[in-house]
Every structure is written in C-alpha cells, then in structure tokens.
Write a protein that binds this ligand. Structure first.
Ligand code: SF4
Length: 111
C-alpha cells in the first residue's frame, strides 16, 4: 500500500511543528524561571500593602484576626509553584517569587 502525501500536507505539518516546538519551550522555561525569580522583598510597597510576610507562623494575629496557621503561599490559589516547591511565583507579584511558607492578606485556599 502506498500512502499519498501531498506537498501541501508536508508544508502544513512543518508549519504546525514550527509553531508547537517554541510553545513547548516556553512552557519549560516558565516552570524553571519561576524557581529562579528574585525573592519578593517584604518591604516592597506592594508587599507592604498586602501585609506580605515570609513566614506565615509570624503573622500578627491581632492585626490579621482571620489568619490561621495552615494558611501559606504553598496552598494559596495565587501560588504558581508546586506545593512541594520551596519558592514559587505569585500572580499578585509578577517577576518575583514568594516562599512556600509565606502569607499575605489576600491568601485564598487553592481549590
Ligand atoms: S497571594 Fe497567596 S501566594 Fe501570593 S503572597 Fe499572598 S498568600 Fe502568598
């Protein structure tokens, strides 16, 4: 049996491959880049505004009465790292990483 491959099909598959391969590269780079992002400075104005702290265990309970000990960046829906990562990106602080043990006032449980 002889399959019929047209020139058009070859060109189409080449174009598709040239579109997909760079996209896959971007996905890989995004994952590794998140771990390499500079740490968010808790003194950064945006971090201060959201009450960001590197260690959720040290949150001022009086100032944050809804905070509970289990609330951490690692289980926040804005966290871009894996729960097992030491650090990860945060949607609210683009270009920076936050520690898995961190916390801020907009913490919301990851679904
Ligand atoms: S939004 Fe979530 S992941 Fe980002 S700093 Fe606040 S608690 Fe951490």
């Amino acid at each position: 049996m002889q399959s019929k491959i047209t020139r058009r099909a070859v060109v189409k598959s080449g174009l598709l491959a040239s579109a997909i391969v760079p996209a896959l590269g971007l996905i890989g780079n995004t994952a590794s880049a998140a771990a390499d992002l500079p740490a968010l400075d808790p003194k950064d104005s945006a971090a201060v505004a959201l009450g960001f702290i590197n260690d959720s265990a040290k949150v001022d309970a009086a100032a944050n009465p809804t905070h509970t000990a289990d609330q951490k960046c690692a289980n926040c829906e804005q966290y871009q790292g894996k729960p097992s990562d030491a650090r990860g990106g945060c949607v609210l602080f683009p270009g920076k990483s936050v520690p898995a043990a961190g916390w801020c006032k907009v913490w919301r449980k990851k679904a």
